[in-house]
Write a protein that binds this ligand. Sequence first.
Ligand SMILES: NC(=O)CC[C@H](N)C(=O)O
Length: 235
Amino acid sequence: MDSLSVSNDLTIGILSLQGAFVEHQVSIERLNLNRRIRVLQVRTEQDLDQCNALIIPGGESTTIALLARLSGLFEPLKQFANTKPVWGTCAGAILLSNSVVGAKKGGQELLGGMSISIARNGWGSQIESFEAPLQVDGLRDSTRPFSGIFIRAPVLLALKNSPNDPPIQVVARLPQELTPESLISQVEEFDADTTTIVAIRQGLHLLTTFHPELTKDDRFHEYFVRECVLNANSP
Ligand SMILES: NC(=O)CC[C@H](N)C(=O)O
């Protein structure tokens, strides 16, 4: 893919403690980038040190946070997110959020970095998992909808950027307002319009509440590489 050719060697790490990390790796490798971008499964601080960008996969956010803490990766990950591009999908999106509602008993450690609040498992039991066609700004061939796969997905509750934070850009929305039934028991009030937002960018980071790595459509991975990784690493 010529448009994504780069002259510097870059490493995209995939946090590989739990969840759908192999699927992300396969998707990036399928992009057929030139060999100067490599993919690395990240399990240690030494792995992370080699990365120019990171993907935090879907899975179980409490478990990923706990394993990161136990493996000494939690603080290095926080520092990484201060300076380098990170893409969080589903559980990864929860970890990138600055605040969460509906955490497990005992609390939930967050890496933070994106000024939003998010509700874990925010969709009601009837639609706990669903697929929806998304209109996404900036994807290649953007008139073709992207099929969003939502699996016990989190729901965005509020965009909370202060004037000092980088602006938040909405990248994708659900086609219509679905009723996030579980939210009704978790939060007293929510803004139905915000709950339709399913992908955002802020600063270096990308967040998607769904799972692009579970489709054969690699346009989101291409988007992350082009918009976040190459932009941040261009000379
Ligand atoms: N598919 C997913 O990543 C689900 C996220 C999960 N519900 C969590 O709270 O971590």
